[in-house]
Design a protein around this ligand. Structure first.
Ligand code: NAP
Length: 327
């Protein structure tokens, strides 16, 4: 048997409670893949959704977001020296492991001025935030509502709004501390996401005018209320459904405001070859201090379940990550 590694496998139907730390063979990269010595793993709400729907039973392992180093040549036997280029990658699944084989087309080099933790946040959260703006064609001067604005992704979306010249960045968050955080990052207005009459509050936060763009990761009532606050030609981009409530839409209602509702799923943008230039731009903005990352809670592989629980508890700031280098 060749070299083995530690990995988290998913062995049942009870979500992260069924995570199990196992030893398994280091993967052998197929043609077109590179082998990565993983340093950090991104913990994502989508992992939980995939666990809940049983998807990860087929892949056996959760998570898709990693940073680490590439092993030159792809030959694994006996290789334990980490001498390659530092990278971030979006793998299909199986990221909770010491080594991962990933399609070379989904691997991006990381410049020296960005550490592994920040690089992972900029890839997983920053890139998605970037493509929200692209999908909505946000023009300078337009108003943008950002849900989950104090989260890893939302906090970058707030800063990108400022960088890209949004007329008004309106941040939604559930606690005063989170709202203060979003304001410190440059949001022009903050609103309690759990407040009654949210549509009216969004219009108030936009100086009495309906809003141009909404980025929604919550669904349910927040989606309905935010949509009711849209101006003519308004765009709503869906990128998650944290409330677990995915609303149905009466399509004819879109016609009355000339509204668009669209979606963003990061792997689609990665596979279309759009991620590399956007990530370089994010690394540049980060280097200039225009897009800051907030360090989130860091767990080790043994505590992958606690990492998922931390995300579900809704009390985290910054990207929840797993440090795969500790034993
Ligand atoms: N579409 C894509 O390609 C893509 C890529 C990456 C991430 N995502 C999604 O983007 C979202 C944010 O990711 P993240 O890494 O920024 O996570 P995060 O740091 O945990 O932030 C998520 C935020 O969601 C809000 N939230 C959590 N549970 C909620 C609930 N039940 N109802 C309403 N709001 C809730 C919380 O804000 P409040 O407490 O202030 O409401 C929290 O700050 C997730 O839903 C994730 O699945 C999508």
């Amino acid at each position: 048997m060749g070299p083995t590694m530690r990995a988290v496998a998913y062995t049942g139907l009870d979500g992260p409670n069924d995570f199990q730390l196992i030893d398994e063979p280091v993967p052998t990269p197929a043609k077109g893949e590179v082998l990565i010595r993983v340093s950090r793993v991104g913990v994502n709400a989508a992992d939980k959704i995939l666990l809940d729907t049983g998807f990860n039973l087929f892949t056996g392992q959760p998570s898709a977001q990693i940073s680490g180093s590439v092993i030159p040549g792809g030959e694994v036997v006996g290789v334990r020296e980490d001498t390659g280029q530092r990278v971030v990658a979006l793998c299909g699944a199986g990221g909770y492991a010491e080594w991962v084989a990933v399609s070379a087309a989904r691997v991006y080099p990381v410049p020296d001025h960005v550490d592994d933790t920040d690089a992972l946040t900029l890839m997983a959260s920053g890139l998605t935030a970037w493509f929200l703006y692209e999908a909505a064609h946000v023009a300078p001067g337009e108003s943008v509502v950002i849900t989950g604005a104090a989260g890893a992704l939302g906090s970058i979306a707030v800063q990108l709004g400022v960088c890209r010249g949004a007329g008004r960045v309106i941040a939604l968050a559930s606690t005063p501390k989170k709202r203060q955080f979003a304001q410190d990052l440059g949001a022009h207005a903050v609103t309690d996401s759990s407040a009654e009459r949210l549509a009216g509050r969004l219009v108030e936060a936009n100086d009495g005018a309906p809003v141009d763009v909404v980025f929604d990761m919550v669904g349910g009532k927040v989606f309905e209320e935010a949509r009711a606050a849209l101006a003519p030609f308004g765009r709503l981009v869906v990128f998650g459904t944290a409330s677990g409530d995915s609303p149905t839409l009466e399509t004819v209602s879109l016609a009355f405001g000339s509204h668009s509702v669209t979606g963003v799923w990061l792997p689609n943008f990665v596979d279309a070859g759009l991620a590399g230039p956007a990530l370089d731009k994010l690394f540049e903005l980060h280097g200039r201090g225009e897009v800051r990352t907030q360090e989130g809670p860091l767990f080790d592989l043994e505590h992958a379940r606690e990492a998922q629980d931390a995300l579900a508890d809704r009390n985290t700031f910054g990207k929840v990550q797993i440090d795969v280098t500790t034993r």
